[in-house]
Write a protein that binds this ligand. Structure first.
Ligand code: NAD
Length: 256
């Protein structure tokens, strides 16, 4: 699928995997709507890639609608990446923790609202806009990639909300891809392993992060890079024969 002359939306594009995906989509010729809570970083990236920043909280359905409208007004919206998310290791600021002590219903709800419901809301609204596009020679009107996590398959201690939210993203992949196929829209999910981004509250240099790193037999010394993830995101968006797939990009840390 060609992206030149199209618009794209990347949520969570101010940082990490989303930022790398936004750069990669711009390099493929799309005009990218950088959709994120963080205005300073988002605006800087939009300027760098000649895109547009729209401040979006993915738990706010009107703000998602704004981003979809901005993108569709620029050019047909053909690519969406749902990368906005919050992590399980941010227990220091009270969003996560052990079930019997720190994992409150409020924390659980917040993680699920951002990572799962926010993702579904963007899928829903973007699909409505994409269904108006002219189909390409394959009958395709657009493509969507959601970011899950290997935590969907193998959650760790203190990770209940995060694994539940990402398990939901994996679980909706097939039914949503089947629904959207009728409208000529493909949907795939990418499940990252340990990637060098700020999502771990204390950062990639923290002890928690390093302890996880040691689990990877093939890559005991390095994390994955946002660019390695962005490359798979672009493949899922542009490879016309990929649909309803969940792809792990984790250096083999969660081989079944
Ligand atoms: P990151 O923290 O670098 O980027 C996440 C971005 O999402 C940030 O810019 C943040 O401002 C934005 N965001 C958070 N809440 C938001 C909201 N309510 N509305 C809009 N934007 C919001 O993290 P990352 O590592 O790039 O993560 C990207 C995706 O990949 C996430 O869904 C994450 O769960 C997933 N993931 C990451 C890893 C990893 O090791 N880095 C592993 C597995 C899955």
């Amino acid at each position: 699928m060609e992206l030149t002359g199209s618009s794209a939306i990347v949520t969570g594009a101010a940082s990490g995997i989303g930022a790398a995906a936004a750069r990669a989509l711009a390099a493929k010729g799309a005009t990218v709507v950088v959709a994120d809570l963080q205005a300073d970083k988002g605006e800087a990236l939009a300027e760098e890639i000649k895109g547009v920043f729209v401040q979006v909280d993915v738990t706010n359905t009107e703000q998602i609608a704004d981003a979809v409208k901005v993108a569709s007004d620029i050019a047909p919206l053909r690519a969406v990446v749902n990368s906005a998310g919050i992590g399980w290791a941010q227990r220091t600021i009270g969003r996560d923790g052990l079930v019997e002590s720190a994992h409150s219903l409020e924390a659980f709800t917040k993680v699920v609202q951002i990572n799962l419901i926010g993702t579904f809301d963007m899928v829903r609204q973007a699909a409505t806009a994409m269904s108006q596009n002219e189909p390409d020679e394959d009958g395709c009107r657009g493509a969507i990639v959601n970011l899950a996590s290997v935590a969907a398959f193998d959650g760790q201690i203190g990770q209940a909300s995060y694994s539940a939210s990402k398990g939901g993203v994996v679980g909706m992949t097939l039914p949503v891809a089947r629904d959207l196929s009728a409208a000529g829209i493909r949907l795939n999910t990418v499940a990252p392993g340990l990637i060098d981004t700020p999502i771990y509250g204390e950062g990639p240099d923290s002890e928690a992060f390093k302890a996880n790193l040691g689990q990877n037999v093939l890559f005991p010394k390095r994390l994955g890079t946002p660019e390695e993830l962005a490359s798979m995101v672009v493949e899922c968006l542009t490879n016309a024969y990929m649909n309803g797939e969940v792809v792990r990009v984790d250096g083999g840390i969660r081989m079944p």
